[in-house]
Structure formats: C-alpha cells, structure tokens
Design a binder for this molecule. Sequence first.
Ligand code: DC
Length: 216
Amino acid sequence: MTKSLIIAVDGPAASGKGTVASQLAEAYGLPYLDTGLLYRAVGVGVLDAGGSLDDEAAAEVVARALDASHLHDTVRLTSRDAGEAASRIAGYPGVRAALLDFQKAFAAQPGGAVLDGRDIGTVIAPEAPAKLFVTATAEVRAARRWKQLTGRGEVIAFEDMLADIIKRDERDAGRGAAPMVQADDAVLLDTTDMTIETAFDAARRIVEAARARHGL
Ligand code: DC
C-alpha cells in the first residue's frame, strides 16, 4: 500500500497550530479536521443538557451521539467556556474512546489528511509521515487568545486569560488518558517570535522534508 500524506499537528492552546494546520491543508489540497472542536462540542453538549462536567458517564453519552451537525456553531464552540469545558471532559477515557474511530477514519482517507489536536501524532495517527508540535510561550499564547476573544466582544482580563492557558496546559499534559506530549518523531515549531506567514513557511519546510524522506 502506498503511504498517504497524513499531517499531524499537535500543541497547546493558542499555539497557532490551527492556523498552520488549516493553511497546510489548503496548500496540499487535503481535508482538515480540528479535533479540538469535537471535545468542545462534547463539553458544550453536556452544559446545554444541564449536566455536570464532573459526570463522566453523561459526557460519554454526548460523545457517542456526536455528529457533524454539532460542529457548525464555531463562535460558540471557540468561546472561552467551551474551551474550558472541553479540557475537562477530554480527560475521560470513555469520551476519548467514543471519538477515536471517527478521527482515525478521517486520518486514513485515501490521499491523506491534516488533523490538529493534542494526541494526533501519538494516538490518532502514529503512522503519520509528517508530524509537527507547534508551541509558543504561555504569555504569547494568552495574548493571541485574548485578542481573538475580546475582538469579538468577550470580556476578559489578560491576567485571567494567562491563568486559563497555564491551567489548561497543566490539565492537558497531566491527564492519564492520551496526554498532550510531543511525539518522538515530531518536529518542534516554536511560533513565539513568528508571524502567521513565517510560521506557515517553516511548517511547509517541515512537511516538504517529511515528504522527501517518505517518498511522497
Ligand atoms: O485545541 P483546542 O483548544 O480547541 O482544544 C480544546 C480542548 O480539547 C483541549 O484543552 C484538550 C482537548 N483536546 C484533546 O484532549 N485532544 C485533542 N486531540 C484535541 C483537543
């Protein structure tokens, strides 16, 4: 079987991984999945049903019933509350198991795919020939997310945003089930001092090197 160009993009919140991943998908003409949206939709689903984020069984029920129609309201899904809810339910093994097959099937499409998240290079597509781990300092990530959220009317102090980011990093990296970690064969891309354009150029070079290595 010929290998396909699966591009796995992992990293912490607001690192720029989503922008890099969607631009790579466009450049290579590949389908793109932001896997964070799945976890965000589960968190929002639990909240909308009046449930508690501490209720693992309820979160798993929502995750098993998830379909594409739950992923459309991107303003709601990218809100601060949705990110916090997502990070909390993402630690439940039952939720992760419920979302696994869909993500694996997305990655395995003929021709390849681009996925971004926390565990793409380690769990969802460990066979991916191109893996990036995109990061930046917590301060820079908080500033980016603060600009994005306040720009569309959410009211939040920068210090609270920074505390959110740090707490989320600890939770995502510290959980037992598929913690956020750089895969051994992933290339680190630190976007702290990069513009969107320079980050994309660097990402593209990483993917080109992977293609050459794998004959893709
Ligand atoms: O990438 P994001 O900020 O939209 O992700 C929201 C949360 O979802 C994140 O804090 C942890 C969880 N998540 C995960 O556990 N695994 C993924 N592949 C993607 C997201």
